[in-house]
Ligand binder design. Structure first.
Ligand code: G6P
Length: 608
């Protein structure tokens, strides 16, 4: 999704803005631009395509002088990714430059209103409407003009504003799109997320919806949409610069896959004390917990698939009905939730628009909200009643890996923790489960180490355009994520199917050499999987089986195998998914794809 940055201080703004935009690249974008205030007025440069096009155009920032400015990476919503539609947008006459993340829903009527007053538009964007509205309302008082402008906007926005008549001053405003201020010494910043700030400052202020910041090199003043001053605290982020860089790996995705043992350690270790799972961050009392008669899990993309794992494990251990639903569906289906429902919201970024909307919908109906989130201080984290942070560290590759596995680890911990509190787990079984969770980091490392042939397997399979993932129960939940990983980065069509459903349609597509990736780690249903493997083999499929160490009968049936170390039968997903992430990575590499920034995808989807 779009990324915005802003800087004001005494250094040259353009190189800093360019650097900030590069840090936001992972959010997904198709064009970029920068506006800097110089002696002559606002200097604007933009370029469709990768940031390097802009970088070359402005020679790393050398062609743009000025010590305050704004920048943007655009992920097209209104109009094609062209130079004209790229941000920043200027008002007629060039008094204002503005960058925007989000969608202004009433832009058509605002545009007509402005056109009737003789204002001309150069782009197809909703943003150009905002900058011209601002110009229309400006009569020498910037704050008053901003307040009047945002009062007219419906929809979502994070805005960055630069005014020719206000040197050194920037304004940002937030409603339903992320925005963070970076507090420096004699200089200040804003950005869509902290990865663009940590190289310069770790002191940040999280803006809330309906807040506006007036920024100069020496001061930050925050007020609400009524213009009333607000007191906000400065928070210190702990992410370091190295954590947001590649560290010698060819791609962020590979780095993040390899970081999973460490990320899981950070997620799990602080939460196991004296052999007990301790979720201090979950404040539901025993009596409140006993009243919960339904758990709903909602999320988008891979976070939803982590929720699908949670559904199986929580339901199995807690014996409470659990539903997992896509946030984009849940928000519009008049959900049956009330004060006896626990809504578990899962999100790496904490900023996904559909997830936020589903969460608000359920909150309004009385549900208790528990969020599982990676990014500290994000919108979802702040809106939830309780938050369990995954502490995976910054995730840069668009395709999530450590973000997903740490979510699954929290789901597993939550299931065991809730089951224990509800009195549904015997001491012995509880200890076994806690120990198994504690050993996730080693288990995942083992799973990586014992599958060195994944690049060769990818070489063998990468030429096929259609692949199937099949599995049952928890294996099916893992299939969903394995298949998504493959399609999002290698652009190969792949489908995840519940193995028992094959015979109801999909088996018609199984033919000679069709790759079928059969996940067979859920041992309670091993015989059933074996039959499904035989069914597809009988129709000519080439089977790559994902199996637990020691299950010889599957080895003999399959063409190739990925070996998974054993753990508790309800907890296999983690060691099972990691080789599939690597398989997707090597398949994409064999196909020459842009692994960290797959086409059309965004890391953080802040529009509906
Ligand atoms: C995007 C990303 C996915 C992610 C999904 C949900 O589509 O590309 O990797 O799973 O959003 O994001 P969230 O930040 O809410 O986990």
């Amino acid at each position: 999704m779009c990324g915005i940055v802003g800087f004001t201080g005494s250094q040259s703004a353009a190189p800093l803005l360019l650097d900030g935009l590069k840090k936001l690249e992972y959010r997904g974008y198709d064009s970029a631009g920068i506006a800097v205030l110089s002696q002559e007025g606002i200097h604007l440069e933009k370029a469709a395509g990768k940031i390097k096009n802009l970088d070359e155009k402005i020679q790393g920032g050398a062609t743009m002088t000025g010590s305050s400015g704004i920048g943007h990476t655009r992920w097209a919503t209104h109009g094609a990714p062209t130079d004209e539609n790229a941000h920043p947008h200027m008002s007629n006459g060039g008094r204002f430059a503005l960058v925007h993340n989000g969608i202004v829903e009433n832009y058509v009527e605002l545009r007509e209103e402005l056109m009737a007053q003789g204002i001309q538009f150069k782009s197809e964007t909703d943003t150009e409407v905002v900058v011209n509205l601002l110009d229309l309302y400006y009569a020498g008082d910037l704050k008053a003009a901003v307040l009047k402008t945002v009062a007219r906007l419906e929809g979502a926005y994070a805005l960055g504003i630069l005014c020719k008549e206000e040197p050194g001053r920037l304004i940002t405003a937030r409603h339903a799109a992320p925005l963070i201020l970076g507090v420096g010494k004699g200089e200040n910043y804003f950005a869509s997320d902290v990865t663009a700030l940590v190289a310069h400052t770790k002191d940040v202020i999280y803006l809330e919806d309906g807040e506006i910041a007036d920024i100069t090199p020496e001061s930050i003043t925050i007020y609400d949409t009524a213009g009333e001053l607000l007191e906000k605290s400065i928070e210190h982020v702990t992410w370091d610069v190295a954590a947001a860089e590649k560290g010698g790996y060819e791609h962020f995705m590979l780095k993040e896959i390899m970081e999973q043992p460490e990320a899981l350690r950070a997620t799990i270790e602080p939460r196991i004390k004296h052999g007990e799972i301790v979720l201090d961050d979950f404040s539901l009392s025993d009596s409140e917990l006993k009243k919960i008669n339904k758990i709903m899990i909602t999320a988008c993309g891979s976070a939803y698939y982590a929720g699908s794992v949670g559904k199986y494990v929580i339901e199995q251990l807690c014996r409470i009905p659990v539903e997992a639903d896509l946030a984009s569906e849940l928000r519009y289906r008049n959900p049956l939730v009330d004060e006896h429902s626990l809504l578990v919201v899962v999100s790496q970024s904490g900023e996904t628009a559909d997830t936020i909307a589903a969460m608000k919908e359920c909150k309004a109906r009385g549900a208790r909200i528990l969020a599982i989130v990676n990014v500290v201080g994000s919108t979802i984290a702040r809106l939830a009643d309780d938050v369990i942070y995954t502490w995976a560290g910054p995730e840069i590759a668009v395709a999530t890996t450590k973000g997903y596995t740490t979510q699954v680890a929290v789901m597993d911990m939550l299931a065991v923790y809730l089951a224990r509190r509800l009195g549904r787990l015997e001491d012995g079984e509880y200890k076994t489960l806690v120990e198994a969770i504690r050993s996730f980091p080693e288990l995942v490392q083992q799973s990586i180490d014992q599958n060195p042939k994944l690049p060769e397997l990818a070489e063998k399979y990468h030429g096929h355009n259609n692949l199937f993932f099949i599995g049952r129960n928890l294996d099916f939940a893992a299939c969903l994520e394995g298949s998504l990983k493959l399609k999002e980065i290698s652009y190969l069509h792949s489908e995840a199917y519940a193995a028992g459903e094959l015979k109801h349609g999909t088996i018609a597509l199984i033919e000679e050499d069709r790759p079928v990736i059969a996940l067979a780690c859920y041992e309670a249903l091993l015989d059933k999987m074996l039959s499904n493997i035989r069914e597809v083999k009988a129709r000519g499929a080439e089977v790559l089986a994902v199996v637990l160490d020691g299950n010889r009968e599957i080895f003999d049936e399959a063409d190739d195998v990925i070996l998974i170390p054993r753990t508790h039968p309800l907890l296999n997903t983690l060691p099972e998914i990691v080789p599939l992430q690597l398989f997707a990575y090597y398949m994409a590499k064999s196909n020459g794809c842009d692994i960290d920034k797959p086409k059309n995808l965004a890391k953080s989807v802040t529009v509906e």
